[in-house]
Design a protein around this ligand. Structure first.
Ligand code: ATP
Ligand code: MG
Length: 397
């Protein structure tokens, strides 16, 4: 058994000794069977949240309405969730109510895909009521029960299906895919924040190309924020070396053809953090610059290390260049800069004021910038006296 499971076994035993059932469930069981690294271990139990609270001296209510209690123990913290079924999905998203139940089977039945609907006991026995093991072996994403019903209960599951295609390299079952094709519009009922989580997991998965192709083929993309007019571009994006790009770089690739104002609106519609929005805007702006921004030491200086590297990678990926090579060369470009920040300049605004005997004003910034450019272009070395002489030669009085 994986060390993460072994560490949690005493917790499950403690629950069992109190007369309840406890199992490992969900993603950890799936990843364990697949031999993939396990991130976090989810524990499900027949005990109610109150019964769990009574068992562990120290707990935190992380999602008690949904039945999750966090047990804080000397060996670590564990999320323990009461078996539950979900009732009434009047709006294609989270259930109107959850009922706590004592049956593991019912809890597994409400889970999204067969591969996510298995449990494991402390002895390592797998409980598999819905053919999860078969579907893992056959590398298939298939809903527990009728896909149409399951997507109507919670439309986010359509995005989850594609993110598992991307993460696991599995295929969608035919019925599940057809259901995704007809149910695209209901994804708009889901909070964008939740869609974003799944979309970014899709974009980070090793099989993102296939998952993106299915997103386009199923037409689901049309109902994601502001993507409906980008089919041709997204088709091209599919064929770029996305595996070599970080998330922000992928967003830049997606946005590269979008006009400035629309880009802001699109990224905001996706509820991306403002910092990410600004960075994507800047990357796109840099790569569109003519002549190429990397040719100017001052542009590289202004962009900073990370932005220079990111923009160079994005540009290489769009133009069929070698991405790792572009990354290395951007890194070297930056490294070669004579100064990396204004504060490294050998002169300050005060020096300029003293030398020119002029009242401080906007001219200081302009002058400093001129000096920075000269230093970066190696017209003058970063030395106080030399800069002074150079300035005098520029403004002979
Ligand atoms: P990851 O490794 O990315 O965490 P995961 O399978 O653990 O993958 P989670 O989002 O953490 O995914 O969800 C944990 C489990 O809860 C899933 O394996 C699944 O059984 C269930 N689940 C999560 N979201 C849904 C949903 N929208 N509908 C039904 N079941 C869900
Ligand atoms: Mg998980």
């Amino acid at each position: 058994m994986d060390p993460l499971f072994l560490k949690s076994v005493p917790i499950l035993r403690k629950i069992e000794e109190a007369g309840f059932e406890a199992y490992f469930v969900g993603g950890s069981v799936r990843d364990y069977i697949l031999g993939r690294p396990i991130n976090d271990v989810d524990i499900a139990t027949s005990a109610t949240p109150q019964e769990i609270q009574a068992l562990f001296p120290k707990t935190a209510d992380v999602g008690i309405d949904h039945g999750t209690v966090m047990a804080i123990t000397p060996s670590g913290t564990y999320e323990i969730t009461t078996f539950r079924t979900e009732g009434g999905y009047s709006d294609f998203r989270r259930p109107d109510s959850v009922q706590f139940v004592r049956s593991l089977r019912e809890d597994l039945q409400r889970r999204d895909f067969t591969i996510n609907a298995m449990a494991m006991d402390t002895a390592g026995n797998i409980i598999d009521h819905f053919n999860g093991k078969r579907d893992l072996a056959e590398q298939r994403i298939i809903t527990v029960g009728n896909p149409h019903e399951r997507f109507h209960e919670d439309a986010l599951r359509m995005m989850r299906a594609l993110r598992f295609v991307s993460q696991l390299g599995f295929e969608l079952d035919d019925d599940t895919f057809h259901s995704l094709q007809v149910n695209g519009p209901i994804i708009s009922k889901i909070a964008v924040e939740r869609i974003l989580v799944e979309f970014e997991k899709l974009l980070a998965g090793t099989n993102k190309k296939r998952a993106m192709a299915l997103l386009l083929e199923s037409e689901l993309y049309q109902y994601l924020p502001q993507l409906s007019n980008k089919k041709d571009h997204l088709m091209n994006v599919l064929n770029l070396p996305l595996d070599q790009l970080e998330m922000i770089e992928i967003w830049s690739v997606i946005m590269v053809q979008t006009k400035e104002e629309e880009m802001e609106a699109t990224l905001r519609a996706w509820k991306l953090p403002l910092k990410t929005i600004r960075n994507v805007q800047r990357i796109v702006q840099l790569i569109k610059q003519e002549p190429s921004f990397e040719k100017s030491a001052f542009e590289v200086f202004q962009a900073g290390h990370d932005m220079t590297v990111q923009a160079s990678k994005v540009k290489a990926s769009l133009t069929g260049g070698d991405v790792p090579e572009a990354e290395e060369s951007a890194h070297q470009h930056y490294k070669a800069l004579k100064i990396k920040a204004m504060s490294e300049l050998a002169v300050t605004g005060t020096d300029l004021v003293n030398w020119r005997q002029e009242k401080p004003g906007p001219w200081i910034k302009a002058s400093l910038e001129m000096v920075v450019k000269a230093v970066l272009d190696e017209q003058v070395s970063n030395d106080k006296e030399e800069i002074k002489r150079w300035l005098e030669s520029c403004n002979p009085s």
